[in-house]
Each structure stands twice: as C-alpha cells, then as structure tokens.
Design a protein around this ligand. Structure first.
Ligand SMILES: Nc1ncnc2c1ncn2[C@@H]1O[C@H](COP(=O)(O)OP(=O)(O)OP(=O)(O)O)[C@@H](O)[C@H]1O
Ligand SMILES: [Mg+2]
Length: 343
C-alpha cells in the first residue's frame, strides 16, 4: 500500500492489475504495478514491447479502467469517478500525445482548428479559443504555421501541434506514448526540449513512454516496466538542469563526461516485498524457480538453490513446513536463514 498522504505524489498507482480477455484467453497486461509520480515531475517509461506501457498510459488517462488496484491522479481516485466525471477528467485534466500523427490530428483541419477542437468539446469557443490556440502555437514554436493542415507539416511539427492540442484545455498531466517514435534524432531532441520547457516553466507533470535508449538524458527519472510490473528505476545523481549543461553537447567543464555517468539504476522493491531479477541475469546465474537468500554484512545475497534435484512440489512442502514452524513460534527455515542462523 502506498502512502497517499504524500502531498507531492501527483500520480499514485497501487498494485494495479489489468486483464484483457480475448476469445477466452486472458492477458495480464499489468500485474501488480506500483508507481508514484511527483507533482511537476518529468518521467520516462520504458520497457519491452508488450510489457504494459500503453496500458498504463490508458489507465492514467482514464481511457481504461484497471481490473484491480487503485489509481489516484491529483487526489482523485479514478475508479470512483462517475461516467460524467471521468469524461471531464479525460477532456480537461489530462492531455495525450500518441506516436502516430494521424491519431493526434484531424487531417482536414488547420493546426489552429485542431487545437480549438478539444476546447469546443469542453465548451470554450469564439475569440477566447482562437486566442488560446494562437498562444499555444507560439508556445510550441510554430507561429508561422497557424493555417497549415497536418499534411503540410513535417513529422516534428505535427508532434509539436499534437502537444499544443493536448494542452488546449490546460491539463495538469501530459501523457505522451512514444511521441518521438517516428522522428529522427534531431527532430526528437526538439520535441524533448519542448516537453522539458513545458515541465520546467509551467510545472506540468509529464510521463513519456519511449523505446529511445537515450530517454534518461531528457527526463528526471526513468521507470522500467517488465511483465506489467515496475522493475527498475534510473535516477539522476544531479538535477536535470545541471546535466543538460554538461551532457557532452554543452561547453561545460564536464563536457567530456558521458551522460550515462549521471545516472544510477535502482531495482524496485514493490509493496509486497517482490523484486524482479532480469531474465538474462537469472539465466547467467543459473537461477530457476527457487533461490536461497542469506544476510551478509553488505546486504542480502541471492544465489541458486543448491538442492535443485528437489522437485517444485517437494520444495513447496518444505517451505510450507518452515512457515508452519514459524507460525508455531519456532523461528526456523527461511527466517532463521535470514537471521544468519543456518538450520
Ligand atoms: N485492448 C486489448 N485487448 C487485448 N489485449 C491487449 C489490449 N491492449 C493490450 N493488450 C495486451 O496487453 C499486453 C500489454 O500491451 P501494451 O500495449 O500495454 O504494451 P506496450 O508495452 O505498450 O508495448 P509496445 O511497446 O509494443 O507498444 C500485450 O500482451 C497486449 O497484447
Ligand atoms: Mg505501446
């Protein structure tokens, strides 16, 4: 259970599950995902294809309801909102940018009219909507493209208009699902710079899903999803503003340092005490479905179970015996091993 009293926690996902059922086959897209995003944070979300990133974005955006768990955005429990409240949430409080330009923009409308569309749906029209749309076009550095239709814009320009559309109703949370997936690296950098500026200047909370291996360079924190759960986090050792100056492209004294030097990868320990050991590491170390844990001077050592000829069911019986012994007041088995007392 996460601490929902934490006033800086803007997004809280607590033990989220999402099960899709297609032709009697169930797919667990989210499997006990915990995530907290601070108000005004810029977070990157990475993970293999099918790991649940888009599902998470859809849940945060109120487009999909989770099968179990809690999702709270700006103090609102999305599972407790009425249908009408959820529609307002989607229209006003959250903005989306998708990978495909065609999903973000209506092809036969000008850039300005695309931005005005969500305002009209939210009941804002006329001069007020027009002024705001122009202001947003200026903000995304496209003051000379007001009347262009999507086909008359480059991919990067389309994504910048898409960001303006997402911001039309002044949302507090911006969700971008691979916004640079179809762009080259220079154009991607421009989109990232814009997102950083919106985060820094307007305090917008932003989650960016990406396959881009350099995403950490552009955000404050990267969370990695594996099999529908949070697996690891890459955090900055110093603030984004500092590293932006010294990322190897700037002229700072540390320009020779690689940007990777500014990051640290941490493994997530979830609210139930679970952590994920990457598949490659499990294979390299010969981990199967049982391991041994031992407390050492530096922490906990996890190693392959030595008694591997024991079948799974025998191992389960043994664990059950140990738990029963513990319930009866006799510290034994696993817990004793934790305390460094070999049985
Ligand atoms: N509407 C749906 N109906 C059935 N299964 C779905 C649906 N949406 C997603 N899934 C399944 O849930 C899992 C997670 O999908 P999701 O789209 O969240 O992955 P992703 O991390 O965004 O992948 P990618 O990087 O390819 O976009 C996948 O196995 C996918 O097939
Ligand atoms: Mg996806």
């Amino acid at each position: 259970m996460q601490n929902i009293q934490d006033s800086s926690a803007f997004v809280i996902c607590d033990d989220l599950y999402k099960i899709f059922k297609v032709a009697e086959i169930e797919v667990m897209a989210l499997q006990g995902l915990d995530l907290t995003v601070r108000r005004g944070e810029l977070v990157g979300v990475v993970g293999a294809s099918g790991s649940g990133k888009t599902t998470l974005m859809n849940v945060l955006g109120g487009l999909t309801l989770p099968s179990a768990g809690r999702v709270i955005v700006d103090g609102k429990n999305l599972l407790k909102l009425s249908a009408r409240e959820l529609t307002t949430y989607r229209q006003i409080e959250v903005g989306f940018v998708w990978q495909q330009g065609s999903r973000n923009l209506v092809p036969y409308l000008s850039a300005l009219d695309n931005i005005k569309l969500p305002m009209t749906l939210a009941g804002v029209a006329g001069a007020q909507a027009d002024a705001r749309a122009r202001e947003l076009m200026d903000k995304v550095d496209l003051p000379h493209r007001y009347d262009h239709r999507p086909i008359q814009l480059s991919g990067g320009e389309q994504q910048r208009v898409a960001i303006a559309v997402a911001l039309a109703n002044e949302p507090k949370l911006l969700l971008a699902d691979e916004p640079t997936g179809e762009l080259d690296s220079t154009t991607s950098d421009q989109v990232y710079d814009l997102l950083q500026r919106l985060n820094r200047d307007d305090g917008l909370t932003i989650c960016i899903v990406s396959h881009d291996p350099t995403i950490a360079q552009h955000v404050e924190r990267v969370v990695q999803i594996r099999d529908g759960k949070l697996a690891s986090e890459t955090v900055r050792r110093r603030p984004l503003a500092d590293t932006r100056m010294h990322d190897g492209r700037g002229a700072g004294a540390e320009a020779t340092e690689s940007w990777q030097d500014h990051f640290e990868e941490l493994i997530v320990l979830d609210s139930a005490g679970r952590l994920q050991i990457p598949k490659q590491l499990r294979e390299d170390l010969g981990f199967e479905n049982r391991v041994e844990m031992e407390v050492t001077a530096d922490g906990v050592l996890i190693r392959p179970a030595r008694n591997l000829e024991q079948t799974s069911s025998q191992a389960e019986i043994q664990i059950e015996r140990e738990i029963r012994a513990e319930d009866n007041g006799a510290p034994a088995g696993l817990l004793a091993r934790f305390r460094g007392r070999k049985t």
